[in-house]
Design a protein around this ligand. Structure first.
Ligand code: BGC
Length: 372
């Protein structure tokens, strides 16, 4: 009974913050009788709202399009891949000038991307890379491998602070397999943890050490929580408790912590996260969650819209965007090296939160009120 309540509590927070802003730019069009993306400049196709950053993105896209006098059609594929394919088909048919895509599944949009290429519509991958296609022009994202590296480093730092010198028992959680970012987060973190695992300082007690074993279908917290419940029952008998859990984002971090709490185990493990979700910022300030990653959505949206504007103006080979130089090598999508504009993620913990969020009033307020 208790467990059901807790899962519901996590879900409620997500639902609350996600439903607050479910409008779409297509809804508040200028009153002309046009279909959703008819006469629009930019088609913005986003995945499910599986974390707060996607909700923030919707708001910033709408705000920025309006203030820049751009007509944007912002759509979410809440029902998954077929819906995203249909939304893109419609945007292409309706003649948008640029597509910005955050894919549900980075490998599933080949037909739509070919259509876009045939219609000479430039394609920018937003946050998540589009894989196995030549029909992608740019990628704008936080460096996702870098996110993973920072999560791995934060985990080790937290473990060291908790139990100096180790050894440490840990578990791994990965994101959804269809999201191309999940492998980047996982590989980045493993690149840091591997030497410690090989040296015997870090032990993955369940033995579930591959991305496939650690994956969380659909980024759903209930999936991460039930997997962690099973791991605890099977591999942590009696008072045993993991010293740390690598979590790729905040929603799953809270699910993992809830699982440990409900198993009645203490102390709580060192748990990493990502996205600076408000609920997790509270948990961090309360000392429950160890870390998150700050990757503010606003500059990401500003950069991708700035790039879209350049492309609409007919510019080719954009080499620099608001001071960020194009990186031609780091992100290969299995067909080509995709010219990428990469922003730098930052780790946030209780110790540096006030500094990290100093320019984000809503987050800073949560940090400050949690410290009072
Ligand atoms: C984003 C993360 C987010 C996750 C789940 C990823 O592609 O980069 O910020 O936590 O999707 O929504």
């Amino acid at each position: 009974m208790r467990m059901i309540k807790k899962v519901a509590a996590i879900g409620a927070v997500a639902a609350l913050s996600l439903s607050a802003c479910s409008g779409n730019a297509g809804d508040k069009s200028d009153g002309k009788s046009e279909s959703a993306s008819g006469g629009k400049d930019i088609g913005i196709s986003l995945p499910q709202k599986t974390s707060e950053n996607w909700v923030e993105a919707e708001n910033y896209f709408n705000e920025l399009c309006e203030s820049s006098n751009l007509k944007c059609d912002v759509q979410f594929a809440n029902d998954g891949v077929p819906q995203q394919q249909q939304q893109l088909d419609a945007m292409i048919t309706n003649g948008v000038k640029v597509l910005i895509i955050g894919a549900v599944d980075g490998t599933s949009l080949g037909t739509q991307l070919q259509k876009a290429a045939d219609a000479k519509i430039p394609v920018i991958a937003y946050d998540r890379l589009l894989l196995e296609t030549k029909n992608i022009d740019y990628y704008v994202a936080y460096d996702n491998f870098g996110v993973g590296v920072k999560q791995g480093e934060a985990l080790l730092k937290g473990l060291e602070a908790k139990k100096a010198g180790g050894p440490w028992n840990i578990e791994l959680i990965a994101g959804s397999n269809d999201d191309s970012n999940s492998a980047k987060f996982f590989d980045g973190a493993i690149s840091v943890l591997k030497p410690q695992i090989e040296a015997g300082k870090v032990k993955i007690v369940s033995g579930q050490n591959t991305q496939a074993q650690a994956a969380t279908q659909g980024w759903k917290p209930e999936n991460a929580q039930s997997r962690m419940d099973a791991i605890l029952t099977q591999h942590y008998p009696g008072a045993a408790v993991p010293d740390g859990i690598l979590s790729p984002n905040d929603t799953l971090a809270r699910a993992a912590l809830t699982s440990v709490e409900q198993a009645g185990k203490s102390p709580l493990p060192v748990v990493t996260g990502q996205d600076s979700e408000l609920e997790s910022l509270k948990w961090i300030m309360q000392g429950k969650q160890y870390s998150t990653i700050s990757k503010p959505t606003k500059p990401l949206v500003e950069n991708v819209v700035a790039l879209a504007k350049e492309l609409i103006a007919g510019k080719k080979d954009v080499a620099e965007l608001n001071g960020i130089k194009v990186d031609a090598k780091q992100y290969n999508n299995k067909v080509k090296d995709v010219p990428s504009f990469l922003l730098t993620p930052v780790v946030a913990t209780k110790d540096n939160a006030t500094e990290v969020y100093k320019d984000e009033p809503k987050k800073l307020e949560v940090v400050k009120s949690a410290t009072k």
